[in-house]
Write a protein that binds this ligand. Structure first.
Ligand code: NAG
Length: 497
């Protein structure tokens, strides 16, 4: 057993990447307060952007989805339902409007691990927690090889399974799940010309028997590296690792004053979440899981999808018909006086109050208040030295009982060393998010001395963050995964223009 496992690990290392396909669902079927997993039979507490099978309502079962007339995804027989909160812009003064969504969403099916099982009939799940408003792990993520038990609790893994990537096609892409919070409006304006990509990975370890659970989460668990690693005891059945990407064109609001808020009233991003109801023919999905091992990720390269791929126009025609009457007066897209469902903005850092579901769509009466005291995440991100993640952490050095100091590399300049060596592979260019989230950060010091310090609070501990610039030599080889992903994004961009 052991040697077989080592062999498959070796094989995975040799191939350098896990197989995957990404299912484009290029338009949404609805923007509405519906959530047939969490708010069954009633209007959901908050709005969602919904993709996939057309038979989606306040109550939706596997069998309902299979009977969908159409799907907004590229493979015409994937009738699964995929949904997440939508992103809204709250103008100063409180009026809200939807942020334009670019290209629908992509649902990645990553084939990580061995002996993968297709999602069973009736399988459904939620990833993330709508009420979270702070981050409980170390900042930034240490490399997975250095993760402690605290980094690998299910809550901590769940928080690191979320990402918000600054999109700028003139720069190298950031690695997936690079930061776990929604950057500030100023940061987005300044750096993210092509918007923000929200990302979330579902747990891929299953207890092998329950297709749902009372909290819609505890029948599944994250492996200890999120995208790989070991499943916890009792959750040994490996499912495909489902990963959603959705791009929002925050740049459409460049220069306007206000802020971005998720439809569940979350301005931080920590409460981002996602839902899935399986709508596959199980045999087809199992065959794809077994055979669609192309590293390209293209659905066109999977023989089981051949002949049943839809054009973007066909995907765009698929809409949810007959939204429930209770939603008649909802205006989730706006411009409106607030978020649909009358959702208040809750900044945290404490666990947010539960939102009310049900009710009839009414003009929102809760004006979202923009608080200047809103906590702005203060993390800055390193990008050097790491062999795998493109992100590294510079050791926590406890300086006193009360405060620990993180040395965070705020900017990384590759030295010419790698250029001098013709054998050196093209390095990953550091994708640096300079201390933009840190208020009043002074300009770069030429000598690499400390630029600034700032403090933040996490789990009751006050941390002092010292930011300094260092020169680093980047000698890592770009992992094949990133090459594929970059290809994916270029491909996606091409299709969009
Ligand atoms: C951070 O969130 C957790 C989980 O919701 C909560 O228990 C904790 O009190 C929060 N921390 C702070 C400082 O509010």
């Amino acid at each position: 057993m052991k040697s077989a496992a080592s062999l498959s690990v070796a094989a995975a290392l040799l191939s350098g990447a896990d197989a995957f396909w990404r299912m484009p669902c290029t338009s949404r079927t609805a923007l509405a307060r519906l959530d047939p997993i969490v708010d069954v039979g009633v209007a959901s507490s908050h709005g969602h952007t919904i993709h996939g099978g057309s038979n989606f309502a306040e109550r939706t079962s596997y069998d309902d989805l299979r009977k969908s007339e159409c799907t907004s995804c590229q493979f015409s027989d994937d009738k699964s339902a995929y949904w997440t909160p939508s992103l809204h812009f709250v103008h100063d003064g409180g009026s809200t409007e939807i942020v334009p969504q670019i290209g629908g969403m992509l649902a990645y099916y990553q084939l990580i691990g061995t002996n993968l099982k297709a999602f069973p009939k009736d399988f459904q799940a939620v990833a993330g927690d709508s009420r979270l408003r702070n981050f409980t792990g170390p900042v930034p993520d240490p490399p997975t090889s250095a993760w402690t038990d605290d980094d690998m609790t299910q809550v901590s893994l769940g928080q690191k399974a979320i990402g918000f990537n600054c999109m700028n096609y003139n720069k190298n892409p950031e690695p997936s799940r690079y930061r776990h919070f929604l950057p500030s409006k100023d940061y987005l304006d300044e750096n993210c010309a092509d918007g923000i990509r929200a990302e979330i990975m579902f747990p891929s370890c299953w207890n092998g028997k329950d297709t749902d659970s009372p909290d819609h989460r505890s029948h599944i668990a994250y492996p200890n590296n999120i995208a790989g690693g070991q499943c916890p005891p009792g959750f040994e059945t490996r499912l495909p690792s489902l990963f959603y990407e959705t791009i929002w064109n925050t740049n459409a609001f460049k220069g306007k004053s206000g802020q971005f808020v998720w439809s569940n009233g979350d301005p931080t991003g920590y409460g981002y979440h996602a839902d899935f109801i399986n709508g596959w023919n199980i045999d087809t999905l199992q065959a794809a899981v077994n055979d669609c091992t192309s590293l390209s990720g293209l659905v066109e390269d999977c023989p089981h999808f051949a002949g049943s791929l839809q054009t973007q126009a066909q995907q765009g025609e698929c809409k949810i018909k007959d939204l429930p009457k209770a939603l008649d007066n909802d205006d989730c897209a706006g411009p409106a006086k607030g978020l649909c469902g009358n959702v208040p903005v809750q900044y945290g850092p404490g666990y947010a109050n539960a939102l009310k579901n049900g009710g009839h769509g009414k003009e929102p009466t809760v004006k979202p208040t923009l608080s200047s005291a809103a906590p702005v995440p203060t993390q800055s991100y390193a990008s050097a030295k790491s062999k795998v993640e493109g992100v590294d952490v510079y050791n926590v050095q406890p300086s006193s009982a009360a405060a620990s100091v993180y040395i965070v590399v705020a900017a990384a300049k590759p030295t010419p060393a790698y250029k001098a060596s013709p054998a050196a592979p093209e390095p990953i260019k550091p994708t640096v998010t300079v201390a933009a989230d840190i208020k009043n950060a002074p300009k770069t010091n030429e000598d690499g001395s400390i630029l600034s310090t700032t403090t933040y609070t996490s789990a009751g501990t006050v941390y002092e963050v010292a930011i300094k610039e260092v020169a680093v030599t980047v000698t890592v080889e770009e992992p094949a995964k990133y090459k594929n992903r970059r290809h994916a994004h270029l491909h996606r961009k091409d299709r969009l223009h």
